[in-house]
Ligand binder design. Structure first.
Ligand code: GTP
Length: 578
C-alpha cells in the first residue's frame, strides 16, 4: 500500500461516444481480465443496459499498470451512469475520484451531456483529461473537435490523446496520462475512518454490497460499521477490491476503493452519498459531543433521492396483482430511488402508484417488470410532483397524484417544479428550439455561441412540460442534432388546475391530470379525443367530458352502436337504411 501510487478516475462522455468500449480496452490491455473472460462491455453488466446501450448502475474496477517509469500503479476506474436521471449518482462517483477522462467522439464533437458532466467534474475539482475517441472513423475531425474542446471548456488540448477504443489505438497513451496527470489521493488527515458510498446493490446471498472510497483512516474485515445518514449499524463480513470481480482483502486504507458486505438487508441503509464510519470510533467520540451533533463529520454532498415523476402501474390481468407487488419489492431492493404504494381505480382495478427519478428510470422499471417478471401493464400518463401551500404558506401538501390536488382557496397557492435546461444545437435550429421552448412555457435565459455554428440555449422550464415528449419534439425539430440536459432548480408558483375526466357523467380519478390553466382546454380536447378512440361503443350514447371543477372545458361522445349494426344487418349502406 502506497497512496502515492493510487489514481482514482472515472470516464465521462456523452451517450455512445465510447465510454464502455474504452473501459473494456483499459482492462484488457492491462491484463486485468484475461481475454477469455472478456465479454464485451464488462462494466455494463445488466442485460437491459447492454441492449439499450446505456449505463444505469455504477461499477468499479481496479487496474494494475506498470508505467514507463517502471513503477506499478493502482488505477481505480469508477464507472458513471450516462443519463440525466442519475446525475446525483454521477456526482457522487466523481466525488470519489481525483481525475476524469473526458471522452469525446471525434466525429461528433461536444454534446450537452459532455458539458454537464465536465461541469460536475470541475465542481468536484477533478483533473479532466480530454481524449478524442473514434479517430478510426473516416468522418473523424480531430482538429476541429480539439478546438471545440479548447474553446468551450477551456482545457488545454495541445497534447490531446487521439484514440480508438474499438481499434485499440492510443490506449497506452491514455494510461500514461492518467498516471502523470491525475493527482494521487490527498494525504489522510489522521482522523477516524470515513468512506464515501458511490454505489450499492442487493445480492440475494450476501445482502447489500456497498462500493466506497476511503477518505480517511482504515477499515478491516470484522469491523462494525455505521452509515451516518441512515444511522444503521452492521458487522462487516467481507471487504475487498474489484478486479473487476470481487476479491477479498484484509484492510482498506485512505485513498483506496473497495466493497463491503455484511448482512445488510436494505439498500436504504447504505445509500449513495452516505458516509461510512466505524462504530467503535463513533461511540468513542459520542460522549464528547452534544446530543444532536454527529461525533464524526459526514463527508459533504449527501442528498436523499426524491422521486420527481409518478405514474400508475396496473396489471392488465387482475390476477397478476400479487406478482406485481412481489416484483416491485424485488426491484426496490436494488433501487433506493424507486417508491411505490397501492392504488385502486374504478376503471383499472388494483395497482400501484410509483415514483421515479425521471422518465428513463420509469422506462427501465416498466421494461424490467414486463421482461423479467412477465407482467403486462397498463401505465397511466406520468405526472410530476406538485405542491400546494395552504393558509398563506403555513401548511404544505405534496401532490404526487392528480386526484390528490385539492380545490384551491383564495389564500392557497400551487407550485410546480422547474428545471434548468441546457440545449446544445447547430445554430440553424435556434429558431425552432425557441418556438418549442415557448410552447412549453419555458423562460429563455441565455443563448450562447460556442463556435460560429453551434450554440447552447438555456431555459428555465416546468418539469411537467419536459416529461411529455419534449425530447422527441426537440429531436424531430432539429433532425436529431440537438442534445439536452437538465436539472431540477426549484418550485415556482403557477396557475395550476385539476382537470377531471368524466365518462358517462362519472368521475375517473386515475385519468385526472394537473395542467396549467392556459392549457386546460387544449389538453382536455386531446384527452377526450383519444378516449373516444379507446372506449368501445355501447348500445347507448356515452358522453366524455373534461372539467375544471363543475365547468366543462372539452367534450366528446361515443355514438351508440345501433345504427351501424342495423345498417350491416340490412346488408347495405347508410343511405339505403335511411
Ligand atoms: P453509453 O453506455 O450508452 O453511455 O455509451 P458509451 O459511451 O459507453 O458507448 P459505447 O462504448 O457503448 O460505444 C458506442 C458505440 O460506438 C458502439 O457501437 C461502439 O462499438 C462504438 N465505438 C466505441 N469506440 C469506438 C471507436 O473508437 N471507433 C469506432 N468506429 N466505434 C467505436
Amino acid at each position: 500500500y502506497d497512496a502515492k501510487k493510487i489514481r482514482n478516475f472515472s470516464i465521462i462522455a456523452h451517450i455512445d461516444h465510447g465510454k464502455s468500449t474504452l473501459a473494456d480496452r483499459l482492462l484488457e490491455s492491462t491484463k486485468t481480465v484475461s481475454e477469455r473472460d472478456m465479454t464485451n462491455q464488462l462494466l455494463d453488466n445488466m442485460d437491459l443496459e447492454r441492449e439499450r446501450g446505456i449505463t444505469i448502475k455504477l461499477q468499479a474496477a481496479r487496474v494494475l499498470y506498470t508505467a514507463k517509469d517502471g513503477e506499478t500503479y493502482c488505477l481505480n476506474l469508477i464507472d458513471t451512469p450516462g443519463h440525466v436521471d442519475f446525475s446525483y449518482e454521477v456526482s457522487r462517483s466523481l466525488a470519489a475520484c481525483e481525475g476524469a477522462l473526458l471522452v469525446v467522439d471525434a466525429s461528433q464533437g461536444i454534446e450537452a451531456q459532455t458539458l454537464a458532466n465536465v461541469y460536475l467534474a470541475l465542481e468536484n475539482d477533478l483533473e479532466v483529461i480530454p481524449v478524442l475517441n473514434k479517430i478510426d472513423l473516416p468522418a473523424a475531425e480531430p482538429e476541429r473537435v480539439a478546438l471545440e474542446i479548447e474553446e468551450t471548456i477551456g482545457l488545454d488540448c495541445s497534447d490531446i490523446v487521439h484514440a480508438s477504443a474499438k481499434a485499440g489505438i492510443g490506449i497506452e497513451d491514455i494510461l500514461e496520462s492518467i498516471v502523470q496527470k491525475v493527482p494521487p489521493p490527498p494525504a489522510a488527515t489522521g482522523g477516524p475512518f470515513r468512506a464515501l458510498i458511490f454505489d450499492s446493490y442487493y445480492d440475494a446471498y450476501r445482502g447489500v454490497i456497498v462500493f466506497f472510497r476511503v477518505v480517511d483512516g482504515e477499515i478491516n474485515t470484522g469491523d462494525k460499521v455505521r452509515f451516518l445518514a441512515s444511522a444503521a449499524e452492521h458487522d462487516v463480513s467481507e471487504i475487498g477490491v474489484m478486479q473487476p470481480n470481487q476479491v477479498p482483502t484484509q484492510a482498506l486504507r485512505a485513498g483506496e476503493v473497495g466493497y463491503l458486505w455484511g448482512n445488510i438487508k436494505d439498500v436504504l441503509d447504505a445509500r449513495v452519498g452516505d458516509t461510512i464510519v466505524l462504530s467503535k470510533e463513533y461511540k468513542l467520540r459520542k460522549a464528547d459531543v452534544k446530543n444532536d451533533q454527529e461525533p464524526i463529520e459526514p463527508l459533504p454532498g449527501y442528498a436523499d433521492s426524491v422521486p420527481m415523476v409518478y405514474c400508475g402501474l396496473f396489471p392488465v390481468d387482475a390476477d397478476d396483482y400479487e406478482s406485481l407487488r412481489v416484483a416491485l419489492g424485488k426491484l426496490r431492493l436494488n433501487d433506493a430511488a424507486l417508491s411505490y404504494e397501492p392504488e385502486t381505480s374504478g376503471a383499472m382495478g388494483f395497482g400501484f402508484r410509483c415514483g421515479f427519478l425521471g422518465l428513463l428510470h420509469m422506462d427501465v422499471i416498466q421494461e424490467r417488470l414486463q421482461r423479467e417478471y412477465d407482467i403486462d401493464l397498463i401505465v397511466t400518463a406520468p405526472s410530476v410532483v406538485y405542491k400546494v401551500q395552504k393558509n398563506e404558506g403555513k401548511e404544505e401538501v405534496i401532490i404526487d397524484a392528480p386526484s390528490k390536488m385539492p380545490d384551491l382557496g383564495r389564500n392557497d397557492v400551487a407550485l410546480e417544479p422547474y428545471v434548468k435546461m441546457d440545449i446544445l444545437t447547430p445554430s440553424e435550429y435556434n429558431g425552432a428550439i425557441i418556438e418549442l421552448g415557448q410552447e412549453r412555457r419555458g423562460v429563455l435565459i441565455d443563448i450562447k455561441y460556442l463556435t460560429p455554428t453551434r450554440s447552447t440555449i438555456t431555459y428555465e422550464i416546468p418539469l411537467g412540460e419536459v416529461i411529455t415528449d419534449f425530447f422527441d419534439q426537440l429531436k424531430s425539430r432539429t433532425q436529431g442534432y440537438a442534445s439536452m440536459e437538465y436539472s431540477i432548480i426549484d418550485y415556482r408558483e403557477s396557475d395550476l388546475v385539476r382537470l377531471d375526466v368524466k365518462i358517462n357523467y362519472e368521475n375517473a380519478p386515475a385519468l385526472a391530470c394537473i395542467v396549467h390553466r392556459d392549457k386546460a382546454q387544449q389538453v382536455g380536447r386531446r384527452l377526450c379525443a383519444s378516449l373516444k378512440e379507446l372506449i368501445p361503443r355501447q348500445m347507448f350514447k356515452i358522453p366524455i367530458q373534461a372539467c375544471i371543477g363543475v365547468k366543462i372545458v372539452a367534450s366528446e361522445h361515443i355514438n351508440p352502436m345501433r345504427k351501424d349494426v342495423l345498417a350491416k344487418c340490412y346488408g347495405g349502406g347508410k343511405s339505403k337504411f335511411l
